[in-house]
Design a protein around this ligand. Structure first.
Ligand SMILES: Cc1cc2nc3c(=O)[nH]c(=O)nc-3n(C[C@H](O)[C@H](O)[C@H](O)COP(=O)(O)OP(=O)(O)OC[C@H]3O[C@@H](n4cnc5c(N)ncnc54)[C@H](O)[C@@H]3O)c2cc1C
Length: 303
């Protein structure tokens, strides 16, 4: 099937204005760089999402699911296939007692705020992570010695055969920035969390403290995908990069942040190639100076 044919098929399942052709991915990723997706779909509901997934699966069309695009770098050649954005329309939340039932498109910041308003603790660490809940489960996102794993009860997802699976948290392979969904390619459709009651004031104070720490230590004013590298066992990526004398190093528009060496930032007009070239220089230099190979935490996709 060519792009036009796929596009026409997609119109059966979602509104025409929810399908875009050759959509630049810099518009949909926090790095603000990268090429275009052949087709970009933003289904308006979980039902539409399931139909779109059914189409791409049965027609063997390459596809990639995107949450809020805050941990993804699209290469400059873009993505040949369909990028399916999970966000608005798939962001409903229901709170019953200490249990939270949420769709994957809800933003983590919004969810943390809703929980805080209900006097529920456990998501304070997530208030400044700019991702969706689906992306956070996929990455087992974490900060300040906490991670999503601690509050996750179960996840429902759809596999490549169109079968829906419900997994308890302990069966989701959650580890440091890792989940089973990285291996099985299933799309997360629903998430159940269990939070602890606490005073609204204390929860709010913790969120304020985390926000202050984040804003004072991280270059949140510039496009990036957060910490570029995973934390290597026994080290901190930022410290290794700084000790290797790379803080502030710039290639094209991409720079090792002078504020926090663990971040690669887009200083204006960076291409994905600039970011990847800088990534390689950092990896080689750190390996040379400290013997540690840094692995990207950011998901690098496309051509
Ligand atoms: C300024 C800044 C600060 C950050 N701070 C932190 C931090 O403190 N801690 C931290 O852990 N991360 C941090 N991040 C990284 C990022 O926000 C998290 O990894 C976040 O969880 C990614 O969510 P997302 O919705 O943006 O996912 P995306 O970037 O859209 O996608 C990430 C991966 O998840 C997959 N995915 C997304 N949704 C689904 C779904 N529904 N089903 C299956 N797969 C899915 C995608 O295919 C992709 O492989 C930061 C990023 C920025 C820009």
């Amino acid at each position: 099937m060519n792009i036009q044919e796929i596009k026409e098929q997609l119109f059966y399942y979602t509104d025409e204005d929810r399908v875009a052709e050759y959509e630049p991915m810099d518009l949909h990723t926090s790095f603000r760089c990268g090429g275009a997706a052949d087709l970009f779909v933003t289904p308006g509901s979980l039902g539409e999402l399931m139909n779109v997934l059914d189409l791409v699966r049965t027609k063997n069309i390459p596809y990639l699911v995107l949450g809020n695009g805050s941990n993804v770098l699209f290469k400059d050649g873009g993505y040949h296939g369909v990028v399916i954005r999970i966000g608005e329309g798939m962001d409903r939340v229901r709170i019953e007692g200490q249990t939270v039932f949420a769709e994957p498109g809800v933003s983590l910041a919004k969810l943390a705020k809703m929980a805080a308003e209900e006097g529920l603790s456990g998501l304070e660490f997530a208030c400044g992570i700019p991702g969706s809940l689906g992306g956070a489960v996929f990455m087992n996102a974490g900060a300040y010695d906490h991670e999503l794993k601690e509050v996750l009860l179960s996840v429902s997802s759809i596999n490549h055969l169109g079968m829906i699976k419900d997994r308890k948290a302990e069966d989701c392979g959650l580890g440091y920035r890792h989940s089973i969904f990285m291996e099985n390619g299933e799309v997360i459709l629903g998430v159940k969390l269990f939070l602890k009651p606490d005073s609204r004031m204390d929860i709010s104070d913790r969120m304020k403290e985390y926000t202050l720490r984040r804003n004072s230590k991280q270059p949140v004013h510039l496009p990036s995908a957060g910490s570029f590298f995973k934390r290597p066992e026994g080290h901190f990526a930022g410290k290794l990069i700084e000790d290797a004398g790379l803080k502030g190093l710039q290639i094209g528009g991409a720079q090792v942040s002078p504020m926090h060496a663990g971040f690669i930032v887009n200083n204006g007009g960076a291409t994905a190639t600039d970011v990847l070239d800088l990534m390689r220089v950092v990896q080689e230099t750190v390996l040379d100076k400290s013997g540690v190979m840094l692995e990207p935490e950011v998901r690098i996709v496309g051509e």
